[in-house]
Each structure stands twice: as structure tokens, then as C-alpha cells.
Write a protein that binds this ligand. Structure first.
Ligand SMILES: [Fe+2]
Length: 228
């Protein structure tokens, strides 16, 4: 009798799980922050990180999940979605961008970051921007001169060359609405919510400190994936 009850309970649990999974077949996970909130103090303070990750990022994610469900996007890759983003309602562009861009931003930083890129990535940077110093200058220019909210990007274009982009709001170079298409390998959030508590209006100081925490190992990995 006891065994029968357990089997029945397991069956019901199995059916419930199947039903729950079929209703939410999401492939979009909310990634854990790869370090503690205070790990990047050289760049950004703990409170900003807490709000940025746990409030802003989570809200983008939650709203994107709603937009994904409403537009039958589950099962598609972010690349696939962004390639056709102009065909979807604006929520997909804004919240999908907010989700993807921040997820990349957390990953390209590390408490053990800083220093310089090496190997093939450094070589590609020099080929595309004449020198590493010039790349830094150009990237800082893109990040500081972007009017209003948006992101600075280092991306790989369709011919394999690196380029820098400044894009508004939550747009990114994978989107079909981007002036130049590319695969992003490094991202810097220049929305005021990313820096205002510590830097107030001094976005340039925030941008300068970004170099202290860049996870070049991760950026090199991102670059390697784009090589055919
Ligand atoms: Fe942000």
C-alpha cells in the first residue's frame, strides 16, 4: 500500500513537472554574478553593483522573459533574435538587449582583471587600431562621447576585423538595426545607473577605471569564438 502511494505520488510529480516545463520552456537563464558585489571596488562600489545586478539587470531579464513568451522566442538563440530584432515589438530590442548586454558586461570584468590583452587578441587590436594605446583612446572616446544612455563596444566585423561602436539605449552590434554589424567581445555600460553613485557626472573617470578590471582572458575567449 505504502509503495503504491509513493509510485502514485511520483507519477503525479512527474506529470506536474512535465506540465510546468511545457509551460515555461525557457532557455534564457539569469546568470549568477561571477564575483561578490564588492569585488570590483577599484572600478565600482558595492551598492552600485547590488542595484545594477539585482535590480536593473533582473528587471531587464524578467521583462525579456515576458517578451520572449509573448513572441514565441523560446528556443531561439540571442544571436538569432537580434538578427531579426527590427521585426519584433520594441520590448524585445530593449529588454533583450538589457539582458544580453549586462550578462556580457559582468563576464568581461574580474577582480583579477586589468593589465593588457595578449597573443592573437593583442595582435588583432594592433592591426585594427595601429596600437594598443590608440585602441584605448578610441574606446574611451566612444564611451565618453555617447550622448545619453548606451554602451561602448569592441566587436568583430563580418570580415574578422575589430571595430569600436557606441550604441544608444540597450542596442548592441548583433542587432539588425545597428549601423555596423559585428559580434561583441567587450562591453562597457555607460548608463548613469552604472556609475552615478560613485562618479556623479564624471563619466570619464568611470571609463578610465574600467581598464583596471577588464577580464582580458574572457575577452580573448570571446574573440577566439569569432575566428573561423
Ligand atoms: Fe546597466
Amino acid at each position: 500500500m505504502k509503495t503504491k502511494t509513493i509510485i502514485l505520488l511520483n507519477l503525479l510529480l512527474g506529470l506536474f513537472t512535465l506540465k510546468a516545463n511545457s509551460q515555461t520552456p525557457t532557455t534564457f537563464t539569469f546568470p549568477a554574478l561571477p564575483y561578490s558585489y564588492d569585488a570590483l571596488e577599484q572600478f565600482i562600489d558595492k551598492t552600485t553593483m547590488e542595484f545594477h545586478y539585482d535590480k536593473h539587470f533582473r528587471t531587464y531579464y524578467n521583462n525579456f522573459i515576458k517578451a520572449a513568451d509573448a513572441n514565441n522566442l523560446n528556443g531561439k538563440s540571442m544571436e538569432e533574435i537580434f538578427t531579426n530584432v527590427s521585426k519584433y515589438p520594441i520590448q524585445v530590442r530593449n529588454f533583450g538587449g538589457g539582458y544580453f548586454n549586462h550578462a556580457m558586461f559582468w563576464e568581461v570584468m574580474s577582480p583579477n582583471g586589468g593589465g593588457m590583452p595578449e597573443g592573437k587578441l593583442l595582435q588583432a587590436i594592433i592591426e585594427s587600431f595601429s596600437s594598443y594605446e590608440n585602441f584605448v583612446k578610441e574606446f574611451e572616446k566612444a564611451a565618453t562621447t555617447l550622448f545619453g544612455s548606451g554602451w561602448a563596444w569592441l566587436a568583430v566585423d563580418d570580415s574578422g576585423k575589430l571595430f569600436i561602436a557606441q550604441l544608444p539605449n540597450q542596442d548592441n552590434p548583433l542587432m539588425d538595426i545597428a549601423p555596423k554589424h559585428g559580434v561583441p567581445i567587450l562591453a562597457l555600460d555607460v548608463w548613469e545607473h552604472a556609475y552615478y553613485l560613485r562618479y556623479q557626472n564624471k563619466r570619464a573617470d568611470y571609463v578610465t577605471n574600467f581598464w583596471k578590471v577588464i577580464n582580458w582572458v574572457k575577452v580573448a575567449e570571446n574573440y577566439k569564438k569569432t575566428l573561423k
